[in-house]
Design a protein around this ligand. Sequence first.
Ligand SMILES: [Zn+2]
Length: 151
Amino acid sequence: MKKCTHCGGSNLRKTAVPFDAEGFSVRTYVDKKTVYDSLEVLICMDCAHIEWFSEKLVDALKEHNSRIAQLKTELETLRAKLTAEQEKLSAIDIKIAETEEKSKSLDITIREQQSLLNTIETLKKERYGIQKEIRTAERSIRSLQSKLNNN
Ligand SMILES: [Zn+2]
């Protein structure tokens, strides 16, 4: 129920635009789109106060807010993923270094050494995959940030 902001009464009646003009509309920019709406003008029958309403505009603003909230959630998720991938990268670097160290030991057989070298190869492939994930996450973060900055 719409109420008069002046007296709190609810005895509002639709009225013509109180200006000497042909129609009256609101035009504003939300998300780089122009939102047009004809204002609803109501007059309070108790105190003569005039109220204006624009539902399309409020809908567009709400939609905008929910889009921003969604972008922020996506950004948080990506940042968490990036941190996780960076941790994986450090862990795998340690593993590679340890395995390389072991493979250089003079106390192992050729077969053991070959096995360690194979493990290093596998770890390096895995490392490459992690680096790719990191680059993708970084790129997505930049793109989301620019979307947010333009809103
Ligand atoms: Zn009133």
